[in-house]
Design a protein around this ligand. Structure first.
Ligand code: ATP
Ligand code: MG
Length: 330
């Protein structure tokens, strides 16, 4: 079976973008592949986090993964910081990654512009830790959004370089980018993606939001000064984003959605999109709340997950340590 690795930073509450762009696809992939899905808390601390909030969001994130349909019996669900091999391999890979390569990462440029007062080394070497996350499991496929594609390409370059020196140690992973719903945009600034670290401007829908909050956000969603409900990302980014969300939430195609709302006003349209999303999220929120009340169960999931993940990861790490010349532990 092919291996899949993916994860989300618990840097904010999971959003509709996290669900449509990532978790929804993970659920489908878990039918066919051996999947490792993590709470990427090591990555989260590249931006300053409030400790209690980080801890709470990490647990909430596990509950939401499961509530979205990821079965902990069929998937390895774990917390990144509980599997030391990620950080250990990242150190070694740091020494096989060039300063110039990291300087070219567009996400580093974006994030350092947004966090000008905390451009730390971790933010810079983030893609190396991501390479370690992927390579330590010998993953074949990495489901990511468009924004992470460059990092998967860098991972291939690092792995290729390492293999070129030491022989075949790492499998070269492929990015797996879903066609539909690849990028959900902010409801307030449809030129920017919906992002869980920017949830306080009304542009974001969180998976645990109450129905009335979801409806309010959709009613306020930015559209344009025309009246036509038509998919055209360039000319009509707000309306196109809403059509995209509606299509995913209802399982309809975008042309069907356009036809359904032809001749109708934006008010009716936004109401319908809001209702579709409320129905999409209702079971997720209810199940997540139920799981969060059962701390012992969650603890069992992440403890067993970390054990399974560590078993796979330690094999790769041992091989790498041997190749580079470290003395094997007796
Ligand atoms: P942050 O603002 O902290 O970077 P984020 O919302 O961008 O948070 P990530 O943890 O960076 O979330 O991304 C997790 C996964 O979800 C990635 O595979 C990413 O591509 C995907 N993803 C995040 N936001 C969206 C979105 N708006 N639309 C589609 N996919 C998304
Ligand atoms: Mg991001």
């Amino acid at each position: 079976k092919k291996i899949i690795l993916s994860g989300i930073k618990p840097s904010g509450a999971l959003t509709l973008g996290s669900y449509i762009g990532a978790i929804k696809n993970w659920v489908e992939l878990s039918e066919t592949y051996d999947c490792y899905y993590m709470m990427a808390d090591l990555h989260a601390v590249t931006v300053r986090q409030e400790p209690a909030a980080l801890r709470r969001r990490t647990l909430e994130q596990i509950a939401q993964y499961i509530a979205c349909g990821l079965d902990p019996e069929k998937n390895v669900i774990f917390i990144q910081s509980q599997v030391p091999a990620h950080a250990e391999l990242a150190w070694v890979l740091n020494c096989y990654t060039m300063f110039g390569e990291l300087s070219r990462m567009t996400q580093f440029k974006d994030k350092s512009a947004k966090n000008a007062d905390n451009i730390n080394a971790g933010l810079f070497t983030y893609p190396v830790l991501m390479a370690a996350d992927i390579l330590v499991y010998q993953a074949d496929l990495v489901p990511v959004g468009e924004d992470q594609k460059q990092h998967v390409e860098l991972t291939r370059d690092i792995a290729g370089r390492f293999n070129g020196i030491y022989g075949d140690v790492f499998k070269l992973p492929e990015p797996f980018i879903p066609k539909v719903g690849a990028r959900i945009m902010s409801l307030q600034e449809p030129a920017n993606k919906m992002s869980k670290s920017e949830t306080d401007n009304g542009g974001c829908i969180c998976l645990l939001d109450k129905p009335e909050d979801v409806m309010r956000a959709f009613k306020r969603a930015v559209t344009d000064s025309e009246t036509e409900i038509r998919y055209d990302v360039k000319a009509k980014p707000g309306v196109s984003n809403l059509l995209q969300i509606y299509a995913v939430a209802t399982g309809k195609t975008i042309p069907d959605a356009e036809a359904e709302f032809s001749g109708k006003g934006y008010g009716v349209f936004k109401q319908a999109v809001g209702e579709a999303v409320v129905e999409l999220l209702r079971p997720v929120r209810e199940e997540a709340e139920h799981l969060l009340a059962d701390k012992a169960y969650l603890e069992k999931v992440y403890t067993e997950g970390a054990e399974k993940a560590a078993r796979t990861a330690s094999k790769t790490l041992r091989k790498v340590y041997k190749k580079v010349g470290f003395v094997q532990k007796s």
